[in-house]
Structure formats: structure tokens, C-alpha cells
Design a protein around this ligand. Sequence first.
Ligand SMILES: C[S@@+](CC[C@H](N)C(=O)[O-])C[C@H]1O[C@@H](n2cnc3c(N)ncnc32)[C@H](O)[C@@H]1O
Length: 273
Amino acid sequence: MRNLATKVRGHTTGWYERLATLQQGYYYPWESTIADGDGESAYADLVRQHLSPACDVLEVGCGHGVDAVAFAPLCRTLRAFDQVDRYITLARKAATESGIDNATFLCRNSSADRNGGQVTVPALTDSIDVVISRRGPTNWIEDVPRFCRSGAVLIQLNPLAPLTEYAWNPELPEGLRQSPPDADPDAGMLHAVETRLAKVDLCIHSCWTFDVPELLHEPRDLYRLLTFGNTPEEVPSWPEAEQHLTQLFARHAVTGGLELRHRRFLWQAIHSQ
Ligand SMILES: C[S@@+](CC[C@H](N)C(=O)[O-])C[C@H]1O[C@@H](n2cnc3c(N)ncnc32)[C@H](O)[C@@H]1O
């Protein structure tokens, strides 16, 4: 068994491919209540503000196509890609079932090491007006000057790690415990995005940090969250963990459940060249 925490910060291609074999699509398998004003809703609102029947959109890291299906009716064309073949198959199916005929889905990895040393997204030169990415990679930014039209809007939502260790973390059984967060995850994310943008002479136009409570209602939901993307061999089984997590809930839950922080970084930039 290994400590999950090492994986929570950045998922590898292998992790996503394995997740795709464990569940049908990219989604969180636990139930929770997220407070109003969260970053996911703000992202969807911001994307909608920039879509129009005259614009061509690229979605980076589309997963199984939830956003592509929602946004394609609001634009002229939507091209979406993801490195996981199974997600692309599911996304195509979802689009077909929704009667969408202006979206294309491609299985591609945009990273430099998969493209002869140069970050490359699957879009033609000078072909895109809006780039969107909900929790996808940031490497695509390097290719923006090639594939984006002048005035293109870039919008991305990035997850943020907790600012501090949860009080209950040390009480978790070994194998579920998470290592303490980085000293300043918010500054780290801002710096990572700014550095990518600066490489291609771009900068953030606007950005927002969201930090709202997320309540897990049942110990089993905490187990699902802590074991997300793990094979059964890597973590304690639910019967092994149940008593620990039930006691932890009894000690730390507030009205409505156990509180975690739902943290996101949302930014937009304009490609004005
Ligand atoms: C956190 S998931 C989000 C999926 C989807 N956008 C959503 O919000 O449901 C990140 C996605 O980005 C994809 N991804 C990560 N790095 C990638 C890369 N270099 N090229 C293509 N896809 C990538 C992963 O396979 C995964 O499906």
C-alpha cells in the first residue's frame, strides 16, 4: 500500500488511463454538497459569456465530453481532445446521443514529449477563437500563438490543493493519509500559469480564487474521495477502513457532514497578436 497523497497533486497519463478502466468517464465518485459561489459554476458562466454562433472553440482535456456537449450548441464549431482514448469514445457517443453535429473529438496528448519536443494541440493554424479547459493540463498555452486567431480568449479552471492539512488527516489509516499541502499552493498555481503564458508573451487578464465548503455526508463518501483512481490492491478495503472513518466522522463532522474545502483557480487571457 502507498500513501495516496503523493498522487493528489498531479495525475500522470497512466493514472488517467487506469481511472478510465475503473469507472466510465472522468467524474468524482463521491456525493457531496458544495456551497454556492464555487469555481466550477463560475467557469461555466464565464465560458458562456464568450461563446457565440460565430466562434470556433477548442476544449483541452475534455474527459468524457460533459462540457463539450453543453457548450457545442452555443458556438459554430467545437473541437475537443483528450489523451485517453476511452474518454473520447464516450464523448463521441454523448455528442451523438445529444444530436450535436458541430463537435469533433480527438484522442491526442498535447505535451512536448509526445510531439517531438514541441507542445502541439490538434487544431489548424489560426483556427480558434476561444480555448476552454476545465481542470485540463496547462501545456497547450505554448501552442496558442500558432492555432489561435487574434483576439482569442483563453479560459481555464485549475484545481487548488488545500491550504492547510485537515485536522482529521492524521487520524486516517495508513494508506489513506495524505501528505501535508505545499506551503502556498495558490501562489504556486498562479506562478505556473503565468510562467507558461509569459513564454509566449501573454499574461493573465483576470483571475479569481474560489474557496468554499464541500460537505461529505457519509464516511463512505470520504472513502470514495480518498481512494479515487486507486486499484483495490493499493488501499485499505472499505471493511478495513469503515470503523476508522465512522469514528473520524463522529469526532469531526459538523451539521451536514464532514467539511472539506472546494478550491479552484479560474483565469482568462487574451491572445491579442
Ligand atoms: C481532471 S480531468 C478533467 C476532465 C474534464 N475537463 C472535466 O472537467 O470533466 C483532466 C483531463 O485532462 C486530460 N489530459 C491531461 N493531460 C493531457 C494532455 N497532455 N493531453 C491531452 N489530455 C490531457 C486527462 O486525460 C483528463 O481527462
